[in-house]
Design a protein around this ligand. Structure first.
Ligand code: A3P
Length: 293
C-alpha cells in the first residue's frame, strides 16, 4: 500500500494537505459556545453530527440550512480542493457553531481548551471501525489503496492509517474526559438505546426538549432514515471523490459486522494486538450488542 497521500504530523499520519496547512488549524480561534463532535474516523461522526444538528435546530433543519453559508457542521481540519477549508467556513459561520473533527486530543487547537468548549466524543469498537474504515478506503480516492483486509488490519493496528492509531485516539480522549468538558459516548450504546444517549447529549448541552421532539430526533437519525436522506448520505458527492457504486457510505450501521469479515486467524491476531495495546486501560468496548428491532 502506498501512503503517498499521507504525511506525519507530530507522529500522526494525516492527509498531506492538512499537514501542509497545519498552521491554519493550530491557530484556529474557538468561541465559548462552539460544540465539537470528535471521533476516530468511522466511529459515528455523521450520526452524532445529525443528532446535534437536530437539537440545535429544534427539529427544523430546513431553517438552519437556509441560514447556513456553507456546511452546517464543517470538519475543522478538512481541506477539499476548490472549496473553502474547514477553518475558513467556520470563521464566517454564525454562533453557535457545530464542528466535526477527527483530531487526536493532543492535536486539538489550544483555543478550544482556553475557551472551555464542550466536546462530544464518540468511540466505537476497534473491530467494527477497522471493517468500516477498510470499506471507506475503497470508496475514497484521496485515501491510499487499503490492499487486502489482512494487510489493512496490520497497518491499522500499527497506526499506519490516516489519523493514526485507533488505540491512541480512544485512550487519549478518555484520559482527558474529566479535565475538559468532554462527553464520552459509545456507538454501541447509541445503537442499543438511542433515546437514552440523546438524552445524555441534551443534558450535557444544557438543553430542554419536549418528549415528542426527542422522539422525532430518534426517528430522524435512525440508520434507515439517514441512509435514505440525501442531505446526509453523501450521495451528492461526485464518484471521483467518494465512490459509492460498490458500497454505500451508510453501509451497514450495526455493531458486530466484523464477524462477517474477519477470519478466525485474523481475529486471533487482532485480539492479541488489542489486548497488548489496551492492557491496563480502564476503557472497555462491546464488540456486539443485542438489539431488538
Ligand atoms: P458502517 O460502515 O459499519 O456501516 P463516520 O460517520 O464516522 O464516517 O462513520 C460511518 C459509520 O457510521 C458507517 O458504519 C455508517 O453506516 C454508520 N452510521 C451512520 N449513520 C448511522 C446511524 N444513523 N445509525 C447507525 N450507524 C450509522
Amino acid at each position: 500500500t502506498s501512503l503517498q497521500h499521507l504525511a506525519p504530523l507530530h507522529g500522526v499520519l494525516m492527509g498531506k494537505e492538512i499537514v501542509e496547512n497545519w498552521k491554519e488549524v493550530e491557530q484556529f480561534q474557538a468561541r465559548p459556545d462552539d460544540v465539537y463532535i470528535s471521533t476516530y474516523p468511522k466511529a459515528g461522526t455523521t450520526w452524532m453530527s445529525e443528532i446535534v444538528d437536530m437539537i440545535f435546530c429544534e427539529g427544523d433543519q430546513e431553517k438552519c440550512r437556509r441560514e447556513a453559508i456553507y456546511n452546517r457542521v464543517p470538519y475543522l481540519e478538512l481541506r477539499i480542493p476548490g472549496s473553502p477549508s474547514g477553518v475558513e467556513q467556520l470563521q464566517v459561520a454564525p454562533s453557535p457553531r457545530l464542528v466535526k473533527t477527527h483530531l487526536p486530543i493532543h492535536l486539538m487547537p489550544e483555543s478550544i481548551w482556553d475557551k472551555n468548549c464542550k466536546v462530544i466524543y464518540v468511540a466505537r469498537n476497534a473491530k467494527d471501525v477497522a471493517v468500516s474504515y477498510f470499506f471507506f478506503h475503497n470508496m475514497v480516492k484521496a485515501l491510499p489503496d487499503p490492499g487486502p483486509l489482512d494487510h489493512f488490519l496490520n497497518n491499522y493496528n500499527k497506526g499506519n492509517v490516516s489519523y493514526g492509531s485507533w488505540y491512541d485516539h480512544v485512550n487519549g480522549w478518555w484520559e482527558k474526559r474529566q479535565e475538559y468538558r468532554i462527553l464520552y459516548l459509545f456507538y454501541e450504546d447509541l445503537k442499543e438505546n438511542p433515546k437514552r444517549e440523546i438524552l445524555k447529549v441534551l443534558h450535557f448541552l444544557e438543553k430542554e426538549m419536549s418528549d415528542s421532539l426527542v422522539d422525532k430526533i430518534v426517528q430522524h437519525t435512525s440508520f434507515q432514515e439517514m441512509k435514505n436522506n440525501e442531505m446526509v448520505n453523501y450521495k451528492t458527492i461526485p464518484n471521483e471523490f467518494l465512490d459509492q457504486s460498490e458500497t454505500s457510505f451508510m453501509r451497514k450501521g450495526i455493531a458486530g459486522d466484523w464477524k462477517n469479515h474477519f477470519t478466525v486467524a485474523q481475529n486471533e491476531i487482532f485480539d492479541e494486538e488489542y489486548n497488548r495495546q489496551m492492557a491496563g486501560k480502564n476503557l472497555h468496548f462491546r464488540t456486539e450488542i443485542n438489539v431488538n428491532i
